[in-house]
Design a binder for this molecule. Structure first.
Ligand SMILES: Cc1ncc(COP(=O)(O)O)c(C=O)c1O
Length: 385
């Protein structure tokens, strides 16, 4: 199924399912799992990941923008889809038409949705976003009850949920996260006491779900760990995770360079002696960061080959002098396991001075996606079909 494909990401849907099931076991039957599939499921492919997560027991999905929800609806997904981020009042039509669950922080948006929903004869669920410590998107806690009172008589809308986001759940020191939990608990309790039922309160991302039971409330929102990546660089996962993504390519040329050869743009690497080189057809045009120039490694024949010279838009050079028998078309692994060696997204991120989230989320549409079940490729999506 990979005929003619040069660079692809293999997405193990069994790994996604296993990670979702681990989260479900961890939170217990009373807490819903909302699978966070924004940004094309952190680069893994939103539709396929969403289906796998729902089949494994997640009850809802979350995206950042309405248009991401539309993609999932167009693929036939009918479960609730929460829009975590801003929808402008002009996006109310989209939310109503596709039965999405927008977050809200302004009366203007509530009025816009109310008008569209009432005209369509439906009631649309909304979730109120509260800022308990990110200083980002959300109402401040003291604004919540007046806001709910202000919008409560609007027809066609139902504030089903209230949520907030943790700023430091990945830290070993939980002092600030505990303060956020307390602030959120207070605002949820006082809003409910004031007559606003808000049946679904949620705040925990992957790290918060793992480390802070007090943050579970009615639902949790794991993202990064559902993909099998670490939620923290300060503590190990609380339960085992299975990485879902392997980034692969094929050697496009094998050749020998003499001492003194300058490699790639600006000749930032000059061979100190004779070097056997392999060309890897991956570049920043695929989302493989240029900062990995002279920094990163790839796996060929299960061994690490260092990147020499600049990563270009479409290709870069590695030193395979220590790896015998490499030929054109041999498999290259850029993220993931090959033989006994592994390049975890966390390690690639450290070379690129970034975080694991960005390593997979950066992968662009030119990188084909191959979806695996039972270790076998089930379907391949690439540009042009
Ligand atoms: C509002 C919100 N909830 C949940 C998540 C999932 O977080 P994580 O990937 O750390 O589990 C994110 C991701 O950034 C988010 O923005």
């Amino acid at each position: 199924m990979l005929e003619g494909i040069v660079t692809w990401a293999e997405i193990d849907l069994d790994a996604i399912a296993a990670n979702v099931r681990s989260y479900i076991r961890h939170v217990g039957p009373k807490v819903e799992v909302i699978a966070v599939v924004k940004a094309n499921a952190y680069g893994h492919g939103a539709v396929q990941v969403a289906r796998a997560a729902l089949a494994a027991g997640a009850t809802r999905l979350a995206v950042h923008r309405a248009i991401e929800g539309v993609e999932l609806r167009r693929a036939g997904i009918t479960e609730p889809i929460l829009i975590l981020g801003y929808t402008p009042p002009s996006g109310a039509d989209l939310a109503v038409e596709w039965r999405l669950t927008p977050s809200l922080i302004t009366p203007e948006f509530a009025q816009a949705v109310s008008a569209r929903a009432a005209a369509s004869g439906i009631t649309l669920n909304l979730h109120l976003k509260v800022d308990t410590g990110m200083s980002r998107y959300g109402l401040f806690p003291q604004e919540v009850i007046p806001f709910l009172n202000q919008i409560q008589s609007l027809p066609g809308i139902h504030v089903e949920g209230i949520f907030t986001h943790l700023a430091t759940a990945d830290w070993a020191d939980s002092t600030f996260a505990d303060q956020q939990v307390q602030r959120f608990q207070e605002v949820v309790t006082s809003a409910r006491q004031a007559g606003h039922p808000l049946p679904l309160a949620h705040m925990a991302n992957s790290a918060g779900t793992m480390k802070l039971r007090s943050a579970h409330f009615d639902a949790v929102r794991p993202g990064i760990s559902m993909y099998g990546m670490d939620a923290s660089d300060q503590w190990p996962p609380v339960f085992p995770l299975v990485p879902a993504l392997t980034l692969k390519s094929r050697v496009s040329r094998v050749y020998d360079l003499p001492a003194g050869a300058g490699i790639s743009y600006s000749r930032t690497y000059i061979t100190p002696g004779p070097m056997r080189a392999a060309l890897v057809p991956v570049g920043y045009g695929d989302g493989y960061h240029r900062i990995l120039s002279n920094q990163g490694f790839v796996l060929i024949h299960g061994q690490r080959a260092p990147i020499r010279g600049r990563v270009c838009m479409d290709q870069f050079v590695v030193d395979i002098s220590g790896i015998p028998g490499v030929t054109q078309d041999d498999e290259v692994v850029l993220v993931g396991r090959q033989g006994a060696e592994t390049l975890r997204a966390e390690e690639v991120a450290s070379w690129a001075n970034t975080i694991n989230y960005e390593v997979t989320t950066s992968l662009l549409p030119r990188v084909a996606r191959a979806y695996l079940r039972g270790g076998e490729i089930q379907e391949v999506h690439s540009l042009g079909g």
